[in-house]
Design a protein around this ligand. Structure first.
Ligand code: SAH
Length: 376
């Protein structure tokens, strides 16, 4: 449902400046409100003490600051924290915070469900419901920041002194960010804005299944660190695992990655590669990957498959993952293996199911449930 009055979390600074100018307000007022919202985590216009009283009253009438409602807050034994957010209309999305020494990464969702239907992904099994608005995307960061005590209004002084609690953001949650381009880019701009989160482009990663024209648009309009979900070294296998490959085959995808690097804030692309036992994890697959990516400066991130009910896949054995990584390393490609984090709260890659009202298909085959319900 559209809010009756604008939700200021939907606005990047340019949009907020434009809206303030329509109200007849000066630009610095927009900067002030942006800082209250995002530095202080403030959603109450009355609390914006350096904003003129008359303007506060006007804002109270004509605007709101509203993040998605929190439905559940789960803490894993390894410190990973997962939030389930209500995005209305029987849809919920998930956000995951992964603390590591020296950094804290927030994994953000961009859509309720996903239309791409990658066969090994729990989100894909649910079908697609809708794009998240900018406010719903940035709202995940806004609320996580508050709940982690990182906003200035929070009470965790120690965490603040040690620097940012959320130092990195990855758009690797539910959905395909590059098919929700405009809302995602506006949210990215808020992440970079010094009046808001002030994150560097190198610390914000967009992960895509490979929407070639949108990779080019991202390079032009808002270059950030890029991760590409590769998962297969040849078109025949990738067609089977990721239907999007029919439209954007590997040759085009590799060319898009090379073009992207001309403008990217980092000088490599990260290729994500889910290790599916007996499917894409042989030595021959590794050699084919090395050949495929010869002209693309890249790092590999191997993700041992995370199971979910009725997936039909198994995880590659740990020894296989090690041997596969070694082949890549021996050829000079940096390859890391993603640690399983948050498995006990179903927060690991590919397990984010949230809750989605499938407007496209197949709800009967995959009934509405969260992964926790499914696994318990
Ligand atoms: N649509 C984007 C964002 C999703 S990111 C993309 O495809 O990149 C989530 C990452 O986890 C992707 O690399 C995805 O392919 C991977 N993934 C999906 N299901 C998984 C599973 N069950 N186990 C491990 N990784 C999975």
């Amino acid at each position: 449902m559209l809010p009756a009055v604008p939700n200021l979390l939907d606005y990047d600074l340019d949009a907020l400046l434009a809206w303030f100018s329509e109200l007849g307000e000066k630009p610095f007022r927009a900067n002030q409100v942006m800082r209250w919202m995002h530095h202080e985590g403030c959603d109450d216009f009355d609390a914006m003490t350096n904003v003129a009283k008359g303007l506060r009253a006007k804002l109270k009438e004509q605007a709101q600051i509203r993040a998605p409602a929190l439905l559940r807050d789960s803490l894993s034994s390894d410190g990973t924290r997962k939030w389930l957010f209500d995005v209305g209309d029987a849809n919920a999305v998930e956000t995951v915070f992964i603390p590591e020494s020296g950094r804290g990464t927030l994994c953000v969702s961009s859509q309720a469900g996903c239309a791409l239907d990658c066969v090994f992904c729990a989100t894909g099994k649910q079908g697609f419901s809708r794009n998240l608005s900018t406010g719903e995307i940035i709202g995940q960061l806004w609320l996580a920041n508050k709940l982690l005590g990182a906003a200035a209004g929070g009470d965790d002084g120690e965490a603040r002194e040690n620097g940012r609690v959320i130092s990195n953001v990855v758009l690797m949650g539910m959905g395909e960010p590059l098919t929700n381009f405009d809302n995602v880019v506006a949210a990215l701009r808020v992440m970079f804005d010094d009046h808001a989160y002030g994150l560097s482009r190198r610390r914000v990663t967009v992960s895509t299944a490979g929407i070639v024209p949108a990779i080019d648009r991202l390079r032009e309009e808002c270059p950030v660190a890029l991760a590409v979900s590769l998962h297969a070294p040849d078109d025949a296998l990738r067609d089977r695992l990721m239907p999007v490959n029919h439209k954007y085959p590997l040759r085009d995808l590799m060319a898009a990655c090379r073009r992207y690097l001309e403008r990217a804030p980092r000088d490599f692309v990260t290729f994500e590669y889910v290790m599916l036992g007996g499917i894409n994890d042989s030595d021959a697959h590794a050699h084919a990957l090395i050949a495929l990516t010869r002209d693309v400066p890249c790092k590999f991130n191997l993700i041992p498959f995370n199971p979910f009910p009725r997936s039909g896949f198994v995880r590659s054995p740990a020894g296989r993952v090690r041997d596969f990584a070694k082949l890549l390393l021996d050829s000079g490609i940096i390859a890391t293996t993603r640690k399983m984090r948050g498995g006990d709260v179903a927060a690991a890659c590919g397990q984010l199911a949230g809750q989605v009202r499938d407007k496209t298909r197949r709800t009967a085959a995959y009934p509405l449930q969260t992964m926790e319900d499914a696994l318990s």
